[in-house]
Design a binder for this molecule. Sequence first.
Ligand code: MEV
Length: 421
Amino acid sequence: MTHATSRIPGFYQLLPHERLDKVIEIAGLEDEARGHFNDFGNIPAASADAMIENVIGTFNLPIGVATNLIIDGAEQLVPMATEESSVVAAVCNAARQCRDSGGFYTDTSEPVMIAQIQLVDVPNPEFARLRLLSKVERIKQVCDATDPVLLQHGGGFRDMEVRVLEDMLIVHLLVDVRDAMGANAVNTMAEAVAPLLAEWTGGKSRLRILSNLADRRLARARATWTLEAIGGEAVRDGMISAYRFADIDPYRAATHNKGIMNGISAVVLASGNDTRAVEAGAHAYASRSGRYRSLTHWEVGEEGNLTGTLEIPMPVGLVGGATRSHPTARQCLNILGVQTADRLARIIAAVGLAQNFAAMKALATTGIQKGHMALHAKNIALMAGAESDEIDKVAALLVEGGRVRFDIAEQLLATLRSQPS
Ligand code: MEV
């Protein structure tokens, strides 16, 4: 079915419930849709309406809390927002198995983001490059003047790189953004300085925007799992072989890294940060050698233990955007108890490593389906219409039967309901 029209003049100026009325009418929805969308849950309608355009409602996701993590010697609870079963459990399991070896140790670079300015029609790009490099002090002044608050917090312009790419001159401003994600700060700087760069090079400025390949803002996590904790050498070797597969084959690396991002994006989202920025940076960073590879590295350490490391761009902040305006993000940050974006970045890296450990271990041993089954079965039971205690009953029967399918769940539910309670 197509819609009678998608042209709704003035739609953006309406209140959320007025927009909803229009959508219900055009999409021909039942009345229950009105009650559903009008329940904004724990985001006030006015906040949601201020966050994005053309709002009609909100979208809830479960938040699970990952337990068992020790990060740099401190116990850490981590809220994760995701629709995918097994993701939270995976982190809990991986973290439990490395507690004896001290948990996760993390590190970060300075929180430096990159803004790019594209200059075109530069007559002599190599000459212009050196000319710009000689003006770095002036460029720093112009950039820093745009953000006195960032300067007060110890951030600001740090350096500049100028690259000649074919007939273009690409200027990188390297900016320490402290506790911000930094997109606004660096974009403002790029726009402020671009006219001067154009003048000095004799070219024209075109794009002025941050790079999501935030390879100057890295978070690192490492951990050791003892042979005893993981169940012996065969498991370890299976996991290392799984890692090597990901490192040499982009088809496998995409899935392997997706698993890492299952954990990472869930914390990034719960903290109100930009999941797409972190994902874009991660995948671009995974390709930095010219081939798309594993974001993690796994090795045999002392006494035959398994060691894992993850290094990943982590452009997350604690000020600005949804980290402040989304009430659930604020509460999740309260659970995390983080005072700096640096600690948040470290936690997220640890979660990514934990996630990868759990996925590789499951894949190298029992296979992924076994662990997935229990929760997947609950989802299928829910989809088949099971309610309250029926959900667990139908899910248990599905797992027992070894076939987790919607049609079987429907049959099981019908049988269950036909039996006298
Ligand atoms: C599923 O969302 C994630 C995994 O496919 C990751 C992996 O294969 O490493 C299990």
